[in-house]
Design a protein around this ligand. Structure first.
Ligand code: HEM
Ligand code: HEM
Length: 263
């Protein structure tokens, strides 16, 4: 699929609501077509969405424009969505790979740090070392995925927000997403920095040397690890809020937001 299909700025006018020829909605459509703002660039499906899933206009348009109306949060509804409405396949792969890794890294990070060193009871140096190595390597993979994700966002863009979102939802989701973007860089970078400074070498999956060229006092590294932990906790809280919101969109609002990212 050509990259242009995901860019906000190149959505062809032919995909816009103004191209839909429906006499029933002529008046409404004219109103909409004269709005110069983001609606002009809105995807075709938004014409249905922005009147609410159950409004008469939505129902009339849906029944005329498509053979059958399917709510956005169904497989059929998803199929009816334009490609420009959903996240691209690479973006979704990166999103879910990152999510799976983060969901694993936080408990493993807490657990591995809690395994005692010998000669304390319960010590298990082999397990501890192995978990540290996996944690560091997969943590660096999160960082690599974050770089790929931003490169993708900059070059291909992401779909515009679903038009039915309220102002609060729009601001809250933008704030959460931006903070998550910052944290998927900051959390692994801090772990990488502290480990390189005080407990190197850092090797990606026991092989590729990736130690950063910095050194420091143990007290500095302990401080950085504290921030590493604190930011990881903040990220976990945000992920809970993010998942809660995603599920609300799936179960309560049924507005297609969840389906845009679902594999
Ligand atoms: C665990 C780590 C996760 C991180 C770091 C994360 C991060 C993000 C970010 C940054 C976006 C915005 C993408 C963009 O517009 O550029 C996003 C979108 C989304 N995420 Fe997540 N996510 C995570 C987990 C999840 C989970 C577990 C779910 C579902 C249960 C989920 C559901 C969604 C959905 C539905 C969207 C699309 C929202 C929209 O269309 O505006 N995410 N995620
Ligand atoms: C998104 C990626 C990452 C997440 C979510 C994460 C999360 C965590 C968490 C929750 C802890 C437990 C902290 C504590 O209990 O004190 C931890 C510890 C640790 N992390 Fe990460 N981490 C990530 C990436 C990395 C990376 C890339 C490295 C190094 C290359 C790293 C190195 C460490 C080390 C060495 C510890 C143990 C610190 C200690 O023993 O005090 N982490 N991490």
């Amino acid at each position: 699929m050509p990259p242009e299909r995901h860019r906000r700025d190149v959505r062809p006018a032919a995909h816009g609501p103004c191209m839909v020829s429906l006499s029933l909605l002529d008046q409404e459509r004219r109103k909409k077509c004269h709005q110069p703002s983001s609606h002009q660039m809105a995807p075709a499906s938004s014409f249905r969405n922005d009147r609410g899933p159950h409004s008469p206009a939505a129902t009339a348009l849906a029944s005329t424009a498509a053979p059958a109306h399917h709510p956005p949060d169904t497989r059929e509804g998803m199929a009816a969505m334009s490609q420009a409405d959903v996240y691209s396949t690479p973006h979704r792969i990166i999103h879910w790979a990152t999510a799976a890794l983060i969901i694993g890294l936080v408990p493993i990070g807490i657990y591995m740090s809690s395994i005692p060193y010998p000669p304390n009871p319960g010590a298990n140096p082999a397990l501890k070392n192995s978990l540290y190595e996996w944690h560091k390597s997969f943590g660096l993979v999160v960082l690599l995925l974050a770089v790929a994700r931003v490169a993708l966002k900059v070059t291909q863009g992401t779909p515009p927000p679903v038009p039915t979102l309220t102002t609060f939802q729009r601001i809250a989701s933008a704030a959460t997403h931006h903070l998550l973007y910052v944290l998927i860089f900051l959390v692994p970078f801090l772990g990488w920095l502290a480990t390189s400074m005080c407990y190197g070498p850092v090797n990606l999956f026991w092989t590729i040397p990736v130690t950063l060229p910095f050194s420091g006092q143990e007290s500095t590294c302990a401080g950085i690890y504290r921030v590493h932990f604190g930011t990881a906790v903040l990220m976990t809280l945000l992920v809970f809020a993010h998942v809660g919101a995603a599920l609300m969109h799936l179960v309560v609002f049924k507005d297609g937001v969840f389906r845009r990212m679902w594999p």
